[in-house]
Design a protein around this ligand. Structure first.
Ligand SMILES: Nc1ncnc2c1ncn2[C@@H]1O[C@H](COP(=O)(O)OP(=O)(O)O)[C@@H](O)[C@H]1O
Ligand SMILES: [Mg+2]
Length: 149
């Protein structure tokens, strides 16, 4: 298990951090974005989507109500938000199992609410807030230590 901790002090910095993380992700990866409302999960997702060349940050919006957004053609990033779901049976209808099998990066906000639906091999990003500062910690077994070019 590897751990890395970063701090950012603006939305732009968090997007830039997401871009850097994207360059280190395998083509197929599950990333759980964990943190309270407003900590920057969607903002980090914007950077990851940008870093993967799948869409621009302005095109990335929160999937809170729509539950799943897709970026890239073919789809390279799925962005999921489980915030509004309370029951495992609601999660079961989303077809996440099949999505996690695809050659894509799957970002899941609030994924920690339903650990049984998350793949065992996953990267967890924990975000904490203190004013405009965000502490962003990566933990995971699959995160290579060096950026791919
Ligand atoms: N360092 C920072 N990183 C990310 N967002 C920040 C930062 N500082 C302030 N913000 C603000 O915090 C909010 C984060 O929102 P969002 O990414 O939607 O959070 P979440 O998806 O975790 O609910 C945005 O309004 C953003 O402008
Ligand atoms: Mg969000």
């Amino acid at each position: 298990m590897s751990w890395e901790t970063y701090t950012t002090s603006s939305e732009e910095e968090t997007i830039a951090l997401g871009e850097k993380l994207a360059r280190r992700l395998p083509v197929k990866a599950a990333v759980v974005l964990s943190g309270e409302l407003g900590t920057g999960k969607t903002t980090l997702a914007k950077g990851i989507v940008k870093g993967l060349g799948a869409a621009e940050p302005e095109e990335v919006s929160s999937p809170t109500f729509t539950l799943i957004h897709e970026y890239g053609n073919p789809v390279r990033v799925y962005h999921v938000d489980l915030y509004r779901l309370d029951e495992p049976r609601q999660v079961a209808t989303l077809g996440l199992e099949e999505i996690f099998e695809r050659e894509a990066v799957v970002l899941v906000e609030w994924g920690e609410k339903f650990p049984r639906f998350m793949p065992e091999e996953r990267i967890v990003v924990r975000l904490e807030v203190e004013g405009d500062r965000r502490t962003i910690r990566f933990e995971g077994q699959r995160l290579p230590s060096r950026e791919r070019e």
